[in-house]
Design a protein. Structure first.
Length: 320
């Protein structure tokens, strides 16, 4: 169904979560990302077509969302000839769209990219409101800019919705819009981010910017914890070193004191040579008197001689 100018009626959907982030879908088997959209069938109103497309492409029903706003007029884009079937060239020119801003009242798990047998997306994520348009197919970018700019004033208050890319308002003004709701508060350009998911991925709940912010916070917290831990370890090591030094000095002092107070052992005095040696009592049975050996007689005695009370004894033979 085309109008007189060759544009097919269509609806576009900007779906918000509770943090004012938008549903961002990757077209199946391509590297392009976009919002849900679809044609209006004959006899349908734009709102009826919007709820039908919402279920076919995202798997949500009417009870999962609420309508926040819609664009006032049709927004048009032309499709290059290389994207148009040969039998439609010459009378099909492009699409004209009514854009709806919806807020999700259900849960993330209510989304289902395989609600029908002809899915439009094979992956999705929550992204900041000002999506990176460089990953959108080129001929749709101007309509995306106009729809986002017109509907931004209806965003529910709450979480931040990112920064408006620089230069967007100038292009929208050239297209006849002229809205500038963020000129006094936002600026700068949304950085280009690698939005492609691994093959076969179908779900990524964290938008890239929010993930980068969370990773930055985690890294900062980790660095702070590491610095505190290093300071504590250094303090403990310093205290332990000081304690070891004090203990070592105390031990050394005790050793020195013990050495200084100790009296060196004195050798036992040798008995003078001129003092007689008394035999043990066990030898008393051999003679009626005490046996004594004087040095003079001992030095001159033979190996088998002894002196008893100063009188030499007879030498005994070895068998005596």
């Amino acid at each position: 169904m085309l109008d007189r100018e060759g544009f097919r009626p269509n609806v576009g959907i900007i779906l918000l979560n509770q943090r004012n982030q938008v549903f961002w879908g990757k077209r199946i088997r391509t590297h392009s990302w976009q919002f849900p959209q679809g044609g209006i069938d004959r006899g349908e109103t734009p709102e009826q077509a919007m709820f039908r497309e919402l279920h076919e492409e995202v798997g949500l029903h009417r009870e999962h969302v609420r309508i926040v706003a819609r664009t006032r007029d049709w927004l048009r884009y032309e499709v290059p000839d290389r994207f148009i079937r040969r039998d439609a060239r010459g009378h099909y020119k492009g699409q004209k769209q009514i854009w709806y801003l919806l807020q999700l009242t259900g849960q993330d798990w209510n989304l289902n990219l395989r609600a029908t047998s002809h899915p439009e997306f094979d992956a999705w994520r929550w992204n900041d409101y000002w999506v990176p348009l460089e990953v959108v197919v080129e001929f749709k970018r101007s309509v995306y800019e106009m729809a986002l700019t017109e509907l931004v004033r209806f965003l529910p208050r709450g979480e931040s919705f990112g920064r408006q890319p620089r230069g967007l308002m100038g292009r929208s003004r050239d297209a006849g819009m002229g809205f500038n709701y963020l000129s006094a508060t936002t600026g700068g350009r949304l950085p280009a981010l690698p939005l492609e998911l691994p093959p076969g991925a179908t779900f990524d709940p964290y938008p890239p910017l929010a993930f980068a912010r969370e990773a930055g916070r985690a890294m900062a917290d980790s660095a702070m914890v590491g610095a505190v831990a290093s300071a504590v370890v250094a303090s403990v090591a310093h205290a332990a070193t000081a304690l070891v030094a004090v203990a070592s000095q105390a031990v050394a002092d005790e050793i020195d004191a013990a050495l200084n107070s100790a009296t060196p052992p004195q050798p036992s005095p040798a008995a003078p040579l001129d003092q007689p040696t008394t035999y043990p009592a066990a030898l008393a049975d051999l003679a009626p008197s005490t046996f004594e050996v004087t040095p003079e007689t001992a030095l001159g005695a033979g190996p088998h001689d002894a002196v008893i009370s100063g009188t030499p004894m007879e030498r005994h033979s070895s068998n005596g």
